[in-house]
Design a protein around this ligand. Structure first.
Ligand SMILES: [Zn+2]
Length: 55
């Protein structure tokens, strides 16, 4: 189950399908920007969802 469902992702994927856009090492840790199949922007910090921006 897509963990983003709790964040309001409308895709409700059985298997999350994110495309990694970019990743950066910051003082807060590894930050990754991904694009969900629903076109939402997902920001991961240390592997945890830090932000979810619906299209
Ligand atoms: Zn989504």
């Amino acid at each position: 189950m897509c963990p983003l469902k709790d964040w309001g992702c409308p895709a409700a994927q059985r298997q999350p399908s994110w495309r990694l856009l970019s990743s950066h090492s910051t003082s807060a840790g590894e930050v990754e920007y991904c694009r969900c199949t629903c076109d939402a922007l997902v920001v991961l910090c240390e592997g945890e969802v830090a932000a979810f921006t619906p299209r």
